[in-house]
Design a protein around this ligand. Sequence first.
Ligand SMILES: Nc1ncnc2c1ncn2[C@@H]1O[C@H](COP(=O)(O)OP(=O)(O)O)[C@@H](O)[C@H]1O
Ligand SMILES: [Mg+2]
Length: 311
Amino acid sequence: MGQVLSVLDLQRVYEVKRSVFSVQKEMINALNGVSLELDRGKTIGIVGESGSGKSTLARCILLLERPDSGTILFMGRDLLSITREELKTLRKQMQIIFQDPYSSLNPRKKVFDAIAEPLLFHRMVDKKEAKDRVIEILKDVGLDESFVNKYPHEMSGGQRQRVAIGRSLTTEPALIIADEPVSSLDVSIQSQIVNLFLDIKDRADIAMLFVSHDLNVVRFISDEIMVMYRGRVVETGTKDEVFLNPLHPYTKMLINAAKGKFFKKEGEDFFDKDRGCSYYARCEERKDSCCDSVPRLTGSKEHMTACFRES
Ligand SMILES: Nc1ncnc2c1ncn2[C@@H]1O[C@H](COP(=O)(O)OP(=O)(O)O)[C@@H](O)[C@H]1O
Ligand SMILES: [Mg+2]
């Protein structure tokens, strides 16, 4: 047991031009006060439509970019105030897996080098031991010895993602952040890779943040679910609570959409950042007063939502 990650009130604002021709700048609150807590061996599934801030959250936690404010505690250390040296050692313990393994694997490197490189760099093995360890890791991700000499282009998408997962396991991380790791794969391959993630999480007691816009995938792999909408957490709780008893109208809509039910997506233009619930325009259960202030996350540890209908 033990807490691996604790994120408190993370904020990240992007300043973007309104259009190519415009000098006017617009502020986008990609993360607007996001908090979460993650224990060893647990997986939080992060869901939300495109643009809700999921990838920004992943990048900020890994310090691939700096949040504007907030706190990130990883293994009890405050990532935003430690030295570069300390960060370097801690980095070993956190890994990211992207949607497209083609972009995370060097096309000119054989599988052996892709996996041996971090092993040697972090001195987890010496040169003599490297080959055996690489083969062991390949086995762990469901690939046989013959893959050591393959290049990325000689493999299928699923095989490449297995190699990327294997590479991320080399440093024995405490945390893996997977950002849409199966979204670019064929549906038939998706479940194999999701099962591999499940297997790894159980075997190595790794904490995981699993980002996906696909609720069926998230449901399968997560212990807890966090639903994001426009930079905010609108609902969070145990998997069963969120799926069986969804409280936020947005979560209900996502669940219905995943079941193949038709839903309307309208009112996108209304977005008053400073005032009111950001889901107001699309909400099927809104009241006039939902415009007056921003709903806060309330509820129990097992289930919280940010909706005035529930508070
Ligand atoms: N580097 C960036 N510069 C400007 N805006 C960005 C940048 N990255 C993300 N955004 C904006 O931040 C919001 C959240 O994006 P993102 O985190 O990629 O969402 P998701 O991963 O949920 O699709 C979007 O409105 C997106 O356009
Ligand atoms: Mg994304």
